[in-house]
Design a protein around this ligand. Structure first.
Ligand SMILES: Cc1cc2nc3c(=O)[nH]c(=O)nc-3n(C[C@H](O)[C@H](O)[C@H](O)COP(=O)(O)OP(=O)(O)OC[C@H]3O[C@@H](n4cnc5c(N)ncnc54)[C@H](O)[C@@H]3O)c2cc1C
Length: 395
């Protein structure tokens, strides 16, 4: 029976970010991942461009991961515009003046490809002497008692720890096994992602266009390279996925009214089912959930991994402090603190995002005016704009 202080299930970016906090600590960690080593050690491009807040940048800088990402693959997000129905008037977000003066922040945030984030975090963790990563492992069973957590692998080997972390994504096995309920929202929609190149500049502006029947998000990478995120009903997704590259480029060009000139597909096409999840609690007996297993967001507000990083940082800091003071790293009091703090961040964003999606994907005729009015009111109420800009920047 192998023992470590902490076992983490899943080696995704939330798990690796959490583990990296323990560099230099004498706490030992074992990460158990079901995918093969190659998928974790050399992640390939998956179409996701992750918008990271300034707070997330600070956390990643402290973890040494930001510095590992090539400068020309960190894309600047200058501002953001939200449209309703067509490309008419937009709700426009910039860095609030007071914030840019106080902090010299020159952009809303940064975009980084998901595989680059995963690669940087893996490279930071892979050689830590106190962290072991087991890949290609299936888990048979998980139990916890007063003193420890026990994980039984498919080969009957049993691993034990003081604390078990579930970092195993939205349909978390840990969450289910530990009897932790979750609100689950299957939006019945698919998100299709790919890059396009174009002759006109995207000006570093992210555009979220709630068209009727589908949503198009344009995320600026290089000046003439943009990531397209199309969200549409599952019933229409196959039609889009059956298009060849030229047809898809033309369709997007038509959707955005030639705004960026003639589009060409630049790379591979990826798609994901749209599902939101929020665990009722992020903790159990000697168990805590982080990343998407705690809260899996609709990507429209770009908060999923930002919350994953924040949660990993909150929990790791509490554990390191407890260990420093010779206290139990999985005490109920400690886990409660994590739960209270992190839920205070996630709940408003989770419910706010879902409400926004509900309003802006309702295509019934009377809702067109409600959607227009919501944008207009938000555009003319500085406190609302300031609050939303604060959420986008993480400041
Ligand atoms: C199209 C799209 C765009 C997005 N854009 C943004 C954005 O702009 N900003 C943002 O902040 N977030 C964004 N996100 C969300 C972000 O990608 C996720 O929040 C983040 O990847 C979750 O990381 P994670 O480590 O929790 O989970 P994952 O990356 O899903 O990793 C979970 C790991 O656990 C492993 N695993 C699962 N089950 C088991 C098991 N039983 N045993 C062992 N291992 C297991 C999996 O193999 C995987 O390696 C976006 C998501 C999508 C789909």
């Amino acid at each position: 029976m192998k023992t470590s202080d902490i076992i983490i299930i899943g080696a995704g970016p939330a798990s690796l970010a959490f583990a990296r906090h323990f560099k230099g600590s004498d706490l030992t960690l074992t990460i158990i991942e079901k995918s093969p080593l190659d998928d974790i050690a050399r992640p390939s491009y998956d179409g996701r461009e992750i918008a990271l807040t300034h707070r997330s940048r600070e956390i990643m800088l402290n973890l040494g991961a930001w510095q590992r990402i090539p400068d020309d693959e960190i894309y600047r997000l200058t501002d953001a515009k939200v449209y309703n129905g067509d490309f008419g008037d937009a709700l426009h977000f910039k860095v609030p003046k007071d914030l840019s003066i106080l902090t010299s922040i020159d952009r809303l945030g940064n975009l980084i490809s998901n595989h680059n984030i995963r690669q940087a975090l893996y490279d930071e963790v892979k050689d830590l002497p106190n962290v072991q990563i087991l890949t290609s492992q299936n888990i048979q069973d998980i139990t916890t008692n007063e003193n420890q957590a026990l994980v039984k692998l498919a080969n009957d080997e049993i691993l034990t720890s003081k604390l078990l972390i579930g970092a195993d994504s939205r349909l978390s096995f840990v969450r289910k096994k530990m009897g932790i309920g979750a609100m689950m929202n299957d939006f019945g929609r698919t998100v299709i992602v790919f890059r396009v190149s174009h002759p006109l500049s995207n000006e570093g502006t992210a555009r979220e266009c709630f068209l009727y029947g589908r949503t198009l998000a344009l995320l600026p990478l290089h000046d003439k390279l943009t990531n397209c995120v199309i969200t549409l009903d599952n019933t229409q997704a196959n039609e889009f996925l059956a298009m060849n590259k030229d047809e898809l480029a033309l369709e997007v060009q038509r959707m955005m009214g030639d705004r960026l000139g003639k589009l060409s597909l630049a790379g591979t096409i990826h798609h994901y089912p749209l599902m939101g999840v929020h665990a009722k609690t992020f903790i159990g007996n000697r168990v805590a959930l982080i990343g998407d297993s705690a809260v899996g967001m609709h990507p429209v507000t770009a908060h999923g991994f930002n919350l994953g990083l924040l949660g990993a940082n909150t929990l790791a800091t509490l554990i390191l402090n407890a260990h420093h003071n010779n206290q139990d790293i999985a005490s109920t009091a400690l886990l409660q603190k994590y739960n209270t703090r992190h839920q205070a961040h996630t709940r408003p964003l989770y419910h706010g995002t879902n409400l926004m999606v509900k309003i802006f994907t309702n295509d019934a005729k009377p809702m067109h005016a409600v959607r227009d009015l919501t944008l207009k009111v938000s555009n003319h109420l500085p406190p609302i704009k300031r609050w939303i800009a604060g959420q986008l920047t993480g400041k």
